[in-house]
Design a protein around this ligand. Structure first.
Ligand code: GUN
Ligand code: ZN
Length: 438
């Protein structure tokens, strides 16, 4: 078959480095730029006048005039099983899980319910310009199949896993260490490396897992070190205290995971709001990642993530941005950037838009150890793209007209933008979402 080649023309922005470490030079900008895509991969990028030659005669060009073209957003921590629990009132983490999350997740034991939830979730990702996510499913293996069948069908790069949990929740949501191991292994065999799909060994968090459950997770990762580990770490102060009581023999929360062989490259820890300096050292040395989930941390009153410490140049930790829906209050990485800025403001840490967009694109890809494939628009990367409209709403239009620099335009989008600012989302070079005409 003939190669499928197309050009995406517009104001192109992408990262070639980490602005937390190397400054603004990490961002490349072509005011009238062109991204050339062939068979799902980016083959050229640059100023339109210089790169147009790379397009074969007759290849279609989608001209997104006055729009920004960016790498698709990476949601580095989200629960697809909790869409129905978003905006559920009341309580901090532990009460909120019991009251709202555990009942909701039990619904996904029904395969038809899981398929419906998966379809809605994936539509919502695409409407928000999110092209890759690292997702929790529910305990039930069928809930993983439902999500990954949906994303595989649409050609998305997606990583998900079955929740492993064997204590402290309704019986219908629990497995056992043996079941968790067997079910996870079967899912991993089915999904890891199938198309663009990856598997994550997903122990819920230390309070939901007996030592035997964590041991099963560690054993599975040891046998399949190419997959991810995905869990929660030090989200709330009460949770940290509970882990101390449950695991008195361990030297803190991260050490519980470490002891079971769950800390290393491709281990992704959501939150880390209350990690200690020694735990940051350990995360850095291990190459493990944290995911900042500001809308969730504010919603549950969990605390203010210390991004400055996490990105300290002397021992940087890869950090992605997560919506953490259902504790998170939006699927939009733009809305999540807005809250990340405010959390940083409360800590007097400057967070310019360049850094915010990095967290949501290449930073997330780095946190998932996927930076060689996604997160930017340089040749050799997969063509997952979001097209953003800086004039999507009357207020955005009014404010963007006053923006005097790219940084300012991006900051206005990060502060005022949401799903309305997403004009189109491309997966592997093909439009999978286009905003309906008003
Ligand atoms: N910690 C363990 N499980 C969860 C969850 O579902 N949501 C959040 N926010 N934190 C958790
Ligand atoms: Zn979470």
């Amino acid at each position: 078959t003939a190669p499928d080649t197309r050009g995406l023309r517009g104001e192109v922005v992408y990262f070639t480095g980490d602005p937390f470490l190397v400054g603004d030079g990490a961002l490349t900008h072509h005011e009238d730029g062109l991204v050339v895509v062939r068979n799902g991969m980016i083959t050229a990028v640059g100023p339109y006048r210089e790169v147009a030659d790379a397009l074969p005669a007759g290849a279609p060009v989608d001209h997104h005039r006055d729009h920004l073209i960016s790498a698709g957003f990476v949601d580095a921590h989200v629960h697809y099983s909790q869409t129905g629990a978003i905006a559920s009132y009341g309580g901090r983490l532990m009460e909120w899980l019991e009251e709202h999350v555990y009942p909701e997740e039990q619904r996904l034991g029904d395969p038809a319910e899981a398929r419906g939830a998966a379809r809605f979730f994936v539509d919502e990702l695409l409407r928000n310009g999110t092209t890759t996510a690292l997702a929790f499913a529910a305990t039930y293996p069928g809930s993983v199949d439902a999500l990954l069948e949906e994303t595989h069908r649409r050609g998305m790069r997606m990583i998900a896993g079955k929740v492993m949990m064997d204590r402290d929740a309704p019986p219908g949501l629990l497995d056992t260490a043996q079941r968790a191991y067997d079910d996870s292994r079967a899912l991993l065999d089915r999904w890891q490396g199938r198309g663009r799909t990856g598997y994550a060994v997903t122990p819920r968090f230390a309070p939901s897992c007996t030592p035997a459950e964590l041991e099963a997770a560690g054993a599975l990762w040891k046998e399949h070190p190419d997959v991810h580990v995905h869990t929660h770490l030090s989200e709330s102060a009460d949770e940290v205290a509970q882990v101390r009581e449950l695991f008195p023999e361990r030297d803190g929360y991260l050490d519980v995971y470490d002891h079971h062989g769950l800390v290393g490259r491709r281990a992704v820890f959501a939150h880390g709001v209350h990690v200690t300096p020694a735990e940051r050292d350990r995360l850095h040395a291990a190459g493990a990642a944290l995911v900042h989930c500001p809308t969730s941390n504010l919603f549950l009153g969990s605390g203010l993530f210390d991004l400055e410490e996490a990105k300290d140049r002397r021992r940087p930790i890869p950090v992605g941005l997560g919506t953490d829906v259902g504790a998170g209050t939006s699927f939009s990485l733009l809305a999540t950037m807005n809250e990340a800025y405010k959390v940083a403001a409360l800590r007097s840490f400057p967070l310019p838009a360049t850094r915010l967009f990095h967290l949501a694109t290449l930073g997330g890809a780095e946190a998932l150890d996927l930076a060689d494939r996604i997160g930017t628009l340089t040749p050799g990367h997969e063509a997952d793209v979001v097209v953003l409209d800086p004039r999507a709403t009357p207020l955005l239009e009014f404010r963007t007209a006053r923006a005097e620099s790219l940084e300012e335009k991006l900051f206005v989008l990060a502060t005022l933008g949401d799903d309305r600012a997403v004009k189109a989302t491309y997966i592997a070079g093909r439009p999978q979402y286009e905003r309906p005409a008003p």
